[in-house]
Design a protein around this ligand. Structure first.
Ligand SMILES: [Zn+2]
Length: 352
């Protein structure tokens, strides 16, 4: 029976505002997202488990110690220096090879890639809980508890690299889950179907041949994160050939998305993946406020169905997907179709 993992601590973080087109706007990555997604889990009848605390080691396997220290200490440092209630950067280095800054504004610019990852008093608590949610789901699958599990992670993670937050993301939950799976499985694929390119995940594994990273997303020439996600980015050094991007023209819908997904699934099969992490963003929805792509609820059902046919041990990690009339429906459609085609996955004990 498929389990869902969720921690209430994930509801504590609220970034409140970010800057778009030079203006302060309400941040769409709100706690309510998780509450809405929970209704889909309830409708599916999945057992909801509270993650156990695996400590810092699995997180430190992906993220730099200095960055993890920053996330835990910058808020009180910022407040003590007279800063506002949100840590938001106002300067960034050309690169990050120089000396590590001592000033709080320097540290914020060093570790926060944009203005959409503000740090509040409760951010670390929620980001940590979000990672523990992914870790518990990954370990449940890795240790033979079930063929697949769903981690309702919030805040999301796929824009965070080893030492940089960005795009509402602080800790890369999908990467952390993949690294957990690597302890048992030789070849792990991370398939990112979020509207936005998974730039953090790509960066983390860019030189590694043991984790295949694939991302289907709105064309970054026209859409966030702008600097990464083109098809030409194929990996580097030992990782050449182990990163695949499938950018789609703005406004693309089910047909284009599913055609890209077919190519990604073929690549995962060719790679010989022993286990899969699905970085499940639902913001490619036609109803999502970001409005980049136009996938329908039936499209999410077909996405789940196709990914299920891989019949690999699979950890589904929630990424983006914002408040809209079909947010819960899209998760419901994805998971129910996935549960039908993924061999050995039973969604629930019976219809509810
Ligand atoms: Zn997204």
């Amino acid at each position: 029976m498929m389990r869902a993992y969720f921690s209430d601590d994930q509801l504590r973080h609220h970034g409140k505002t970010f800057i778009v087109a030079g203006e302060k706007k309400p941040i769409p990555e709100v706690p309510e997202r998780a509450e809405i997604l929970r209704t889909a889990i309830a409708r599916l009848g999945l057992e909801v488990c509270t993650p156990s605390d695996a400590g810092m080691a699995p997180i430190a396997a992906i993220h730099d110690t200095r960055y993890l220290d920053f996330l835990q200490t910058i808020y009180p440092e910022w407040i003590a220096a007279g800063g506002s209630e949100l840590v938001i950067p106002n300067i960034h280095p050309f690169d990050r090879n120089g000396p590590y800054p001592r000033h709080h504004a320097g540290k914020a610019g060093f570790h926060l890639g944009d203005t959409s990852c503000p740090i509040s008093e409760t951010t670390w608590q929620s980001a940590y809980a979000s990672s523990q949610t992914a870790i518990s789901a990954a370990r449940h699958v890795r240790d033979g508890g079930a063929q697949s599990a769903y981690a309702l992670c919030r805040p999301p993670g796929h824009h965070a690299s080893s030492n940089l937050a960005g795009g509402f993301c602080y800790l890369n939950n999908s990467a952390i889950a993949a690294q957990e799976l690597r302890e048992k499985y030789d070849r792990v694929a991370i398939l990112d179907v979020d509207l936005h390119h998974g730039n953090g995940t790509q960066h983390i594994f860019y030189e590694r041949p043991d984790v295949l990273t694939l991302s289907i997303h709105a064309d970054p020439m026209d859409f966030y994160p702008f600097f990464w996600g083109n098809a030409e980015e194929i990996g580097a050094k030992d990782g050449v050939g182990f990163n695949k991007n499938y950018p789609l023209a703005l406004g693309s819908g089910d047909t284009e998305f599913l055609a890209a997904l077919d190519r990604a699934i073929t690549a995962i099969a060719d790679f010989g993946a022993d286990a899969v992490v699905v970085a499940l963003g639902l913001d490619a929805s036609r109803d999502d406020p970001f409005g980049g792509l136009t996938v329908s609820p039936d499209g999410f059902s077909k996405i789940g169905e196709k990914i299920g046919t891989l019949s690999c041990p699979t950890v589904i990690v929630q990424e983006g997907g914002y408040v809209s009339v079909t947010l819960a429906e899209n998760l419901y459609q994805f998971l129910s179709a996935f549960g039908v085609t993924n061999k050995n996955t039973t969604l629930s004990e019976g219809p509810k």
